[in-house]
Design a protein around this ligand. Structure first.
Ligand code: GLN
Length: 191
């Protein structure tokens, strides 16, 4: 089982390290055609607008096919890319997660912070960097983690996303949850 990490931009290497620590075989995906050779994908943080530019129309279409077919986990900018609806400003999404997400939602003053949230019911450290906010959770989307009243990690079928950066905390649970989803496959909890 090969896990790809989209390596166009952003903090892909921290994801690679964490996944390897958890025993996964990782491939850095720099070209869209590499998507054909992997079983699951992580889309890291970075700038979602830049990702769109670097992907181009063809890369976007190829990525869209992939995320609708195989397990994908997006963090921060990756979560933005996976959404059906993106605002501030509006931009296109891959439509794999039925959520509305607002970019740079915390403003400049608190654009980066480390906070404690809950993964299910267990406390977990969360690193937020110019984070988006999930403003609406649509049908079929399960909330995996919260910070205050906000959903900050969600899952729909085989797609997972977090608005924080689990790869920057010393806690493997979120990546482990994704690897479990990849291994156990299927849309187990689809409502
Ligand atoms: N602010 C970025 C965006 O809107 C996301 C930030 C991040 O990935 N750390 O795409």
């Amino acid at each position: 089982m090969k896990i790809g990490v989209l390596a166009l931009q952003g903090d892909f290497d921290a994801h690679r390290l964490r996944l390897e620590e958890l025993g996964a075989e990782v491939v850095l995906v720099k070209k869209p055609e590499q998507l054909d050779a992997i079983d699951a994908l992580v889309i890291p943080g970075g700038e979602s607008g830049t990702f769109l530019k670097l992907l181009g129309e063809e890369g976007f279409a190829k990525l869209k096919d992939f995320v609708h077919a195989k397990p994908t986990f997006g963090t921060c900018a990756g979560a933005i890319l996976l959404a059906t609806e993106v605002e501030n400003p509006q931009q296109k999404g891959l439509g794999a997660l039925n959520i509305r997400i607002r970019r740079n939602a915390y403003g400049r003053q608190i654009d980066s912070s480390i906070r404690q949230g809950l993964l299910g019911t267990s406390p977990i450290e969360m690193v937020f960097i110019r984070a988006p906010k999930i403003e609406h959770v649509g049908e079929g989307v399960e909330i995996l983690a919260t910070e205050g009243n906000d959903p900050v990690a969600v899952r729909q079928g085989k797609t997972m996303a977090a608005t924080f950066h689990p790869e920057l905390s010393d806690d493997p649970r979120v990546h482990q949850a994704f690897l479990d989803l990849v291994r156990n496959g299927k849309e187990t909890n689809k409502r």
